[in-house]
Design a protein around this ligand. Structure first.
Ligand SMILES: Cc1cc2nc3c(=O)[nH]c(=O)nc-3n(C[C@H](O)[C@H](O)[C@H](O)COP(=O)(O)OP(=O)(O)OC[C@H]3O[C@@H](n4cnc5c(N)ncnc54)[C@H](O)[C@@H]3O)c2cc1C
Length: 326
């Protein structure tokens, strides 16, 4: 039987959306493998009650391992996951993505001498085994990985797996006794926070309004904030404006920033450099406003508007507000 173990991150009483996506994906795959999807949650005290953890059953987990320890640091989670896998023989470990997922997944693969694939966008079952697909060569080709040995580690690209609730009971909760490795206590959490709220949580936003150097000045972002708030979305940026100090790095999209895939990505005053494109090209709908009709962004936009963003954005904001209000 091939069971899949999923690491689920939580913060302030909520499970991380990408982790829930990974649980849903694992449940779907496990049913094709005649196995089960299990989740592991690390946390302490009232943060990880039975009821809270059993709720992962709604996403298809049949069992949830509760490991007592600090969440948000990679090494303790690796210790806990390695213990569970050693005891219960999971065939695959699946992660929803994000920096912590990358760190834990890579560390777990090293610890268990397992194969690992990152930035996975699709996982299939073939001949009773999982095959992970990931885009390569600036997303122009797809590479497929299979796993030899006892364990395969699969780390999704952010938003690659969709969280879906299903009918069914809660998951059973099992406590895991594990020991921390000597090096796992070398780092401690000084402060933990998560970017929350429509204006900053760009990875979860369904609508992203992204601004580039075409905004002309830092204050240019104010009109994007207004448009984003009319949509109920969030604001993001290119590296050019982040480097210029116009917008925080947390909002940077692209090769050296975040990868996002919202339902709508509206790019205002962004040229569409390849390093930006790789971070947003999986968006469902891409709309670009640029005064240069030859801007590269129009080559991969679903809708292109040639014109001055300073004229178009305020009108669009009014129109969205009117539509939402009416
Ligand atoms: C190793 C490396 C990593 C990088 N990583 C990233 C990354 O992660 N993310 C990223 O974004 N970039 C990254 N870059 C930088 C990238 O190459 C581009 O320089 C950057 O994306 C350009 O940002 P921009 O589109 O805001 O600016 P520009 O390229 O200067 O484009 C501004 C656009 O605004 C338009 N415009 C001007 N005025 C108006 C107006 N009034 N109305 C409408 N349109 C207007 C212009 O026609 C132009 O197309 C990286 C580069 C390197 C070398």
């Amino acid at each position: 039987m091939s069971n899949i173990l999923v690491y689920v991150l939580h913060y302030e009483g909520e499970f991380n959306k990408n982790s829930l996506g990974a649980v849903s994906e694992a449940a779907k795959l496990a049913s094709e493998l005649a196995g089960e999807a299990h989740a592991i949650v690390v946390g302490e005290g009232s943060d990880v009650t039975d009821d809270f953890l059993a709720g992962l059953g709604k996403y298809g987990a049949t069992k949830v391992y509760r490991a007592k320890g600090p969440d948000g640091l990679a090494q303790p989670v690796i210790d806990a996951m390695a213990k569970v896998i050693d005891s219960d023989g999971h065939k695959y470990a699946l992660f929803g993505g994000g920096l912590l997922g990358f760190e834990i997944g890579a560390g777990l693969a090293a610890r268990k001498r397992a194969g690992v694939t990152m930035e996975v966008t699709e996982v299939k079952v073939d001949n009773g085994e999982l095959v992970a697909a990931r885009p390569i060569l600036q997303d122009s080709k797809i590479s497929e990985s299979r796993y030899k040995g006892d364990l395969g580690v699969i780390i999704g690209r952010l938003n690659a797996f969709e969280a879906s609730e299903r009918d069914g009971g809660g998951a059973t909760v099992e406590d895991v006794e594990f020991e921390l490795s000597p090096w796992s206590t070398k780092a401690t959490m000084v402060q933990r926070g998560e970017q929350r709220g429509a204006d900053v949580n760009i990875e979860d936003a369904e609508v992203l309004i992204a601004g580039g150097r075409g905004l002309g000045k830092p204050e240019g972002f104010e009109q994007l904030e207004e448009l984003a708030s009319a949509f109920g979305g969030a604001v993001a940026a290119t590296r050019a404006v982040v480097d210029a100090g116009w917008f925080p790095y947390a909002g940077q999209i692209g090769q050296t920033g975040k990868t996002v895939a919202p339902k709508l990505y509206l790019a205002a005053g962004i040229s569409g450099a390849i390093q930006h494109k790789v971070g947003m090209q999986s968006s469902e709908n891409i709309v670009a406003i640029n005064k240069d009709s030859n801007a590269p962004i129009f080559e991969f936009s679903d809708l292109g508007v040639v014109g001055d963003l300073n004229k178009i954005v305020p009108k669009l904001t009014e129109a969205v507000k009117a539509k939402k209000g009416g």
